[in-house]
Each structure stands twice: as C-alpha cells, then as structure tokens.
Design a protein around this ligand. Structure first.
Ligand SMILES: Nc1ncnc2c1ncn2[C@@H]1O[C@H](COP(=O)(O)OP(=O)(O)OP(=O)(O)O)[C@@H](O)[C@H]1O
Ligand SMILES: [Mg+2]
Length: 246
C-alpha cells in the first residue's frame, strides 16, 4: 500500500521545492563520454514523496546529486525553492545544502568517532544552535527513529539498520525543506529497508518535508505515491499512484 500523505503538490501555482529543467550531465573518462542524464524535466512539490527508480546506470544518483546542489549540470537548470542553483556562489550552495536540505546515503556517512547523538547534532552545530538546544533536538529526533536507547553508541556499535536510522535523524534534525536519499536501503535487509523507508516517509510527512529516494527495491517502489522511472538518462515514466490526492 502506498504511504498516503498530505501534499500541496497538486497546487499548480506553488513554486516546486525541487525542479530540474532540460537537465543534462555527461562524464568524460579517458577518450569516452557517458551521457548520464540526457534532458530531464522534473518538479517535486512541498511535502511530496517521490521514488526515483530505474536500472543501474540509468542516472538516479546523478539526478539526486544535481537536485541536492552537490553537482552542476552541463546544460539545463536546477532550481531549489525557486532559486537557480547556477546563480549561487560555491559558498551560497554550501549554505543552501546545509540549511535547506538533508542527505541520506547508502553507505551511512556517519562520523565514526562521534556517538549517535553527536552525529545527529552536527547539522545544528554548523548552524550555530546553542549546545543545550542542540542536544535536546538531537535526542528528540533519535527518539522518533526508535533509538532512544542508543544515544551514546558510536557507529561501529550499531547495526546497519540502526546506523541508517541515525542518518535519517541527522538528515531531518535541522528541519530541511527537502531530503535526498540515494539508495538509502541498499545495504539493509528487507525488514530494515522497509523501516528506514517508512521512517523517511512518515517523519517527512509530519514535518511537510519533500522526500526524494532513489532505489532499485521493488518493495519500496510499490509503497511510493509517486514513481519516476529513469532509463538511459531520461524520464521513462512519472506515475502517481492512488495513494495520493489527485
Ligand atoms: N563520476 C563519474 N565519472 C564517470 N562516469 C560516471 C560518474 N558518475 C556516474 N557516471 C556514469 O553515469 C551513468 C549514470 O550513473 P548513476 O550513478 O547516476 O547511475 P544510477 O542509476 O545511480 O546507478 P546505480 O543504480 O548503479 O546506483 C553511469 O553510466 C555511470 O557509469
Ligand atoms: Mg546510484
């Protein structure tokens, strides 16, 4: 069953939280060129949950990196909350990523020498939130992902599923406008994969956060109210399922 969620995505006048227009990106390796994205148009609205599906090499990670201002297109335009990312300085892009976006990656990307709660505090630290408030918000976020009993554990003392739930808490703790999750369940068994997906969906819905998740996993694709399929760097289909308001 798709996860139903409130969505303003149906408001045609709303500025999309994330938008790609005619986006192309290629990579040069030695003599050869790989066209990773070959003209992608996509708009994702406030509070929407979108799964980006497609075979290996179809351009999912490349698209997520562009939508997250981690990379720049060769052609076309990326807009985040209506702002043209190309018009921002490097520093401006860094601030935008830190303040307005959250990221979850397949390989967790937690800081190994920090405890779970310290990892979750990091996005608040760079924003200059005072120590006590930082700790309170990080603890609350870890409680939401079911890790109240693991606050002081370092990542090497956590299971894969627990690590990824720490990463979910870290991605959401600063109340970003959108979270981009590239294959967040790729290293997890199916029970943990479902749990991480559902947490992203539920916590994102509760906070009105836009969530974009890339995955190969058909189980997760089936749970999404919107499925964008890529093939050879193009959008093959963009389907909204019955779970979402028309
Ligand atoms: N940094 C890079 N340098 C060279 N080629 C790259 C680079 N990043 C991606 N590519 C190529 O671009 C194409 C799209 O890659 P991308 O990582 O976006 O695919 P994907 O859909 O995420 O695949 P997977 O499901 O395996 O993660 C692939 O052919 C890949 O080899
Ligand atoms: Mg990928």
């Amino acid at each position: 069953m798709p996860v139903s969620r409130p969505s303003s995505a149906s408001d045609p006048d709303a500025v999309p939280v994330l938008a790609a227009r005619a986006v192309a990106r290629s990579f040069h390796v030695g003599e050869s060129t790989v066209q990773a994205l070959a003209g992608v148009d996509l708009e994702v609205g406030e509070g929407e949950l979108v799964v980006i599906a497609g075979p290996s090499g179809s351009g999912k990670s490349t698209l997520l990196h562009l939508l997250g201002a981690l990379d720049r297109p060769d052609a076309g335009q990326i807009r985040i909350e209506g702002r043209d990312v190309a018009a921002l300085s490097e520093h401006g892009r860094t601030l935008l990523r830190r303040r307005r976006l959250g990221f979850v990656f397949q390989a967790f990307h937690l800081v190994p020498v920090l405890s779970a709660v310290e990892n979750v505090e990091l996005p608040l630290l760079v924003d200059g939130i005072p120590r006590r408030e930082r700790r309170e918000r990080a603890v609350t976020e870890l409680e939401r992902v079911g890790l109240a009993a693991r606050l002081d554990h370092r990542p090497d003392r956590l299971s894969g599923g627990e690590r990824q739930r720490v990463a979910v808490a870290r991605a959401l703790v600063h109340r970003p406008r959108a979270v981009l999750a590239d294959e967040p369940t790729g290293n997890l068994d199916s029970d943990n994969a479902l749990r991480v997906f559902d947490l992203l969906a539920e916590l994102g819905a509760a906070a009105g956060t836009t969530i974009v998740i890339s995955t190969h996993d058909p189980l997760l694709v089936d749970r999404s109210p919107r499925i964008v399929r890529l093939r050879d760097g193009r959008v093959e289909s963009d389907l909204r399922t019955a779970g979402v308001p028309a």
